[in-house]
Design a protein around this ligand. Sequence first.
Ligand code: SDX
Length: 392
Amino acid sequence: TGGLTTIDPGYKNTGSCTSAITFLNGEEGILRYRGYSIEELADKADFLEVAYLLIFGELPTATQLEKFHNDIKAQSHVDEDVKKILDGFPKSAHPMGVLSSLTSALMAFNPSSVNVDSEEDMYNAIVKIMGKFPVLVAWALRKRTGQPLDYGDDNLGYVDNILKMMFKKANSEYKIDPVVSNALDKLLILHADHEQNCSTSTVRIVGSSHAGLFASLSAGINALWGPLHGGANQAVLEMLEAIKEDGGDTKKYMAKAKDKKDPFRLMGFGHRVYKNFDPRAKIIKVAADDVLGALGVEDPILDIAKGLEQEALNDPYFVDRKLYPNVDFYSGIIYRAMGIPTEMFTVMFALGRLPGWIAQWKEMRENKEPIGRPRQVYTGENHRAFKEVSER
Ligand code: SDX
């Protein structure tokens, strides 16, 4: 057995590291970034402030935040040759695959960011990716919509600039809608970090071999893409659309979700840690009503989602298993009201999670964590002699 007798599939009961970044209490549904409650940060902070908090450990002074933003703006151009790589993708390419590829490609254009051994190198790599990642996100969207690729506007705030790069039409000014701007800022804060989830653990273990920050982030993007993880926000909308097409028959989908013979899961429900409401889902549900109301968007999908939530919260199968709506259940409804296409929802999750991934990677390197290398319980063949092909 190679010395081990038990394993912990999915690491359900394994602590992989110590961390001072994010605190979760799954039983009580508590989430804090560096000790500040998610409720306060979502209500009072902006996304770049929260990114600074996660990465450097303290809320920034006005001067620190201005310098951070200026250093990011100075790095918010992406080499024109990266567009040639983007051009090589078919329009139908999933934006998460485009994003992870271009994030890796950035290493070729920023070789000094590959090996970050000094604090200064690390800071430079951080502001580079904080500046360039939003450009890649916008380019991934505009590639699909066939629009010219924009570099944004340094006079705008971090999140407003992202909106402009994503949505500015070629022949008209882009006017920032404060409702959309505030909603995106809040959503990005709510997605910014979540301790040792699948994609963050991926970023840490890839980085533990001293692979560069951009390489580790690219791996994290691919882990997040999965429908059991960040890809769930896209899968939720596809599920809600299917229910709508089915005449709103939520009972059929509840039955499917409980049928052990059927691999179907109620997307946006359940969580490895939260055995209570995901505090982010609570905030996003309220925001969904506010944003759709403010934008004058009537979306029957929201009512279907609320109906499904009520059914699940009163269904013994879900109650016994402590399955509640998670961060992905309502977020897509807001993204859709903001004009973001469904296949871009997980990209928006990655955009929010970027500072968390950076903070966790930085902590792993600063703590000089050893290379990640778990063991196994061997269940294969005992030693056996080679057989010539004529004997097989
Ligand atoms: C995210 O980890 C993080 O922090 C992630 C995240 C973050 O911010 O990084 O919060 C973001 O990924 C949120 C989760 C998004 N995924 C989904 O919404 C997909 C649907 N959810 C499930 O696939 C599931 O709930 C997971 C993956 C989220 C958690 O899976 P676990 O912890 O491995 O739980 P499990 O599969 O062992 O399920 C326990 C029981 C099982 O039934 P029994 O075998 O006990 O009879 O609950 C059932 C499961 O079948 N179950 C579900 C269900 N989720 C669990 N049944 C129906 N629908 C579901 N959604």
